[in-house]
Design a protein around this ligand. Sequence first.
Ligand code: URA
Length: 297
Amino acid sequence: MSHTLDPELRRALAARIRYYNEMGIYDFYRRETPGEVATVAAAAAASDAVAVSIQSESREEMSPRKAATVAVPVAVEDNIFEVLAPKPEQGVSDPGKALKIIREDLGDCTRCPLHKQGRKQIVFGVGNPTTDLMFVGEGPGADEDQQGEPFVGRAGQLLNNMIKAMGITREQVYIANIVKCRPPGNRTPEREECETCSPFLMRQIAVIKPQVVVALGAVAAKTLLAMNSSMAQLRGRFYDFKPTGVRSSDPNWDGCKLAVTYHPAFLLRDPRQKGEAWKDLQMVMKELGLKAAKSTT
Ligand code: URA
């Protein structure tokens, strides 16, 4: 049975889920009939009308009611259950293996229009699965689409130099994008495309458990932070960040810090902003205890 959830309702539901995640609530159950509780995943295909009952791990905190119920009287889209259902990598403690499970779950993805707009391959992400530092860009360009790896073109060369200047190597960090398929003509990915693809990135982040995520450019920053501010407003500070809709398998990982800086492709167009980007990276280096590489010139 295939259903379509109204995009506005889908966004509202995602925002509600984010809100519950922030309170430490991750498990969502579908109430089949009054008094009967079934997992959402098991009940996904069963009915057009859904009532989602949310049970807190610390139910006492939800006083006066022991459990909150969200009623969603709408047709159910299969996709939405990817936000709600337990993830197949959950409980897998080896981050490398967990990332492979996420990649397998992504499959030959056809979830958004980008799959039929000329992509050669899905660009999943690359790097150290146990790193303290992740970089997140916007989406693959032509070179990345060709090679199946993020940031391998001109912007990638600049990103490599930025990473080197931080006193580390590309191999030591993890690099991914908000969307995993190349938008045609390198256009900016649509909001729907970002929202469809980013849950997989959220799962990657929850598995890697970095100390710091650096959002490269406005699309990455706005999608990860769910904020619609300008780069000028977003840069220059750390945000407390927890990936939305997913729980890390490590109960001791309580999220990480997120910094925003300019996208390397923007810096190629406007090199005068490199100094500002370096300030952002220095803030990250301080947080991670990194020392700038000695200049070789
Ligand atoms: N720009 C991005 O945002 N990501 C890439 O992987 C390459 C260029």
